[in-house]
Write a protein that binds this ligand. Structure first.
Ligand code: NCD
Length: 312
């Protein structure tokens, strides 16, 4: 495997291999010294053309904990500000000699193009509305770690599906792992192709609350919204928000998830976000371990993780 651009090419077996590998890195991250020399001497570039807090820091933390060198590219202080193209930027960085690019871009397909321009590995860190494979892997890992398996798990993905690369990758990953998925959104925030997806659809959160094991809230993507897709944020919250009352109805066993960043008071209430059955912080923590697994799988030159772990 050279690149990780999408979930589908992994198939169920490929996803499970990465989740099993993640177990080892969760163990590494529980140590006092959270570092293994698995990718010592390798160089990883984070090429983020879009804002990010957790994805970027998570990848950079993962790379450093594997002993790799990290180069950080900042759009605002680079020659992109002088009009340099994505291709020229990639070719320039490639000429330094790098082993992997982690790419986030507002255009769907940008990481796929980067993968054609370089022999280095490319990881999709989120492209437009299209895909966010490592988010899906860390979400699947979080559910698996709490429930043992995703087979038969009833998952509601609630909110702005139309603008969400997280929803697209999660539908693929959760579906391949055997979950039963319901998308909960107004018709204006669902993609036209949704009828071809392996999901059920509901148009009000109250219709699903009693029958789900996981309530996955999507961020209301204010920056991607054309005006008028929802009448008002208050109205959105009244039909799709996990309010304190709804959270109580959900029951203590059901997991509350969100990819971040949270719009507290819009798609998720303070009470739900900070409740004992909210695993939002665990999602973030697992993100580092999952990304260590991905980078190790792409760049680890066939070493066994056990051997690397004992090397300390
Ligand atoms: C998501 C993203 O940027 O795709 N955040 C993340 O990576 N955790 C979700 C979002 O911004 O809505």
């Amino acid at each position: 495997m050279k690149d990780l651009l999408d979930i589908a090419p992994l198939g169920r077996a490929g996803i499970e291999t990465l989740l099993d590998l993640t177990d080892h890195f969760v163990e590494v991250n529980a140590r006092t010294i959270r570092k293994v020399p698995a990718l010592r001497g390798r160089t990883i570039v984070s090429l983020f053309y879009e804002d990010s807090t957790r994805t970027r820091l998570s990848f950079e933390t993962a790379a450093k904990r594997l002993g790799a060198d990290v180069m950080t590219f900042s759009v605002s202080s680079s020659s992109v500000a002088k009009g340099e193209s994505l291709r020229d930027t990639v070719k320039t960085i490639d000429a330094f000699g790098v082993d992997a690019f982690v790419v986030r871009h507002s255009s769907a397909g940008a990481p796929h193009m980067v993968a054609r321009w370089t022999d280095a590995s490319v990881v999709n860190g989120g492209d437009g509305w299209h895909a966010h494979p490592t988010q899906a892997l860390l979400d699947a890992y979080t559910i698996r770690s709490r429930r043992g398996r995703l087979d038969g798990c009833r998952i509601a993905i609630v909110g702005d599906v139309l603008h969400s690369r997280v929803a697209r990758s999660n539908v693929e990953a959760f579906g391949l792992l055997g979950a039963e998925i319901t998308l909960v959104a107004p018709p204006t925030l669902l993609p036209p192709a949704v009828s071809t997806w392996p999901v059920r659809v509901a148009h009000h959160i109250d219709h699903v609350l009693d029958d789900i094991d996981v309530c996955y809230l999507l961020r209301m993507q204010l920056e991607r919204q054309a005006q008028g897709l929802v009448p008002s944020l208050r109205e959105y919250t009244s039909c799709f928000g996990l309010t304190a009352d709804r959270h109580r109805r959900l029951g203590p066993e059901a997991l509350v998830m969100h990819p971040g960043p949270l719009n507290r008071g819009v798609e998720i209430s303070q009470e739900a976000a900070d409740a004992p059955n909210s695993v939002i912080t665990q999602q973030v923590a697992h993100g580092v371990s999952v990304r260590m697994a991905v980078l190790f799988r792409l760049l680890g030159s066939g070493q066994q993780i056990e051997a690397v772990s004992e090397d300390l």
